[in-house]
Design a protein around this ligand. Structure first.
Ligand code: BDR
Ligand code: CA
Length: 308
């Protein structure tokens, strides 16, 4: 079967880096686009290029929005360090971005190819700008599979997940755009797919530049979860949005209407899913509720180990 064609829109980020490696093994990645999020745009772009360099990937990287639509830019150094990819020793990056027009790249790529999946795993700024500038792409995409939001607890605030909180207006535009198929991998789902010391050990046992680099990423990322939450396991958020395209049979989805709170004093960035039995709200989203974690983890570790 042909691999799904995707554009991976990301803000690397430890889990974004793993999502890149996973996506390349199971998809035809037409482009990687970057956005301000876990770190400033300059860093997230450099980090995407770094992953391409380490893994020997020939995929164009286009830099995108350097700030959210309306709110000030915010980053996540507590989870990802100042560089966005703290942990392993950082090699010099020799690759250069293909352009600084991620939005143009998204629009042109969707117009040029049938059935492209957009897979945003950072704040939704680029995607919102693209659907606003070129509404014709809404009906052309195969779907949007995003990591963001939560049906339940948040992480940045009690009610909001980072990607949606960081640009709530963009997220609202994307959920309301009328895209025929939107899949949402929120925190309620991604916390079911965690890596721990066993996965780091498996990557080290495999050896090779990429597995060892990712093992060190895991160690840094895990140490943060251990310190902040007392957990010996850390969620692989962003790979879930890739797997929802490549291996949807691992998930249980529920069709829901999802909207985004943009203004609430306590609830900015909350994804409000209408779960009322018998609601007459028309679903705009397939919310992922559960994932078969064991095979999903094998796919992630297997993908990383497939690089030398
Ligand atoms: C999301 O925020 C980022 O820190 C991660 O890369 C992920 O995309 C989780 O809330
Ligand atoms: Ca991310």
């Amino acid at each position: 079967m042909a691999k799904p064609k995707i554009i991976l829109d990301c803000d690397p980020g430890h889990d974004d880096a793993v999502a890149i490696l996973l996506a390349v093994r199971h998809c035809e990645v037409l482009a990687i686009t970057t956005v301000s999020g876990n770190a400033p745009l300059e860093m997230t772009t450099a980090n995407a290029l770094l992953m391409c360099q380490l893994a020997g990937l020939d995929i164009p990287v286009h830099a995108g929005a350097d700030r959210p639509l309306l709110v000030p830019a915010a980053h996540a150094p507590r989870a990802h360090g100042a560089t966005g990819l703290d942990g392993p020793p950082r090699p010099d990056v020799h690759l250069a971005a293909a352009s600084d027009d991620a939005v143009g790249c998204i629009i042109e790529t969707v117009r040029a190819h049938d059935d492209v999946w957009l897979v945003p795993v950072g704040p939704l700024t680029n995607i919102a700008l693209a659907v606003r500038q070129a509404p014709d792409i809404v009906g052309r995409v195969a779907g949007i599979s995003l990591m963001g939001g939560s049906v339940g607890l948040g992480n940045v605030t009690p009610t909001a997940e980072f990607n949606v909180w960081a640009d709530p207006h963009a997220a609202q535009i994307v959920f309301a755009a009328g895209v025929p198929l939107v899949r949402m991998a929120g925190l309620n789902l991604t916390h079911q797919l965690c890596v721990g010391p066993d996965e780091s050990a498996a990557l080290r046992a495999q050896g090779g530049m990429v597995p060892e680099f990712v093992a060190s990423l895991f160690d840094f990322y895990l140490a943060g979860y251990r310190e902040r939450a007392g957990l010996d396991a850390a969620p692989m958020h962003d790979p879930c949005a890739v797997l929802a395209v490549t291996h949807p049979e691992l998930f249980a989805f529920g069709a829901r209407h999802v909207d985004v709170e943009t203004a609430g004093e306590l609830t900015r960035g909350m994804t409000v899913a209408d779960e009322r039995p018998g609601t007459d709200a028309t679903p705009n989203c397939e919310v992922a509720y559960s994932i078969d974690a064991e095979p999903a983890l094998k796919l992630i570790v297997g993908a990383v180990c497939s690089y030398d």
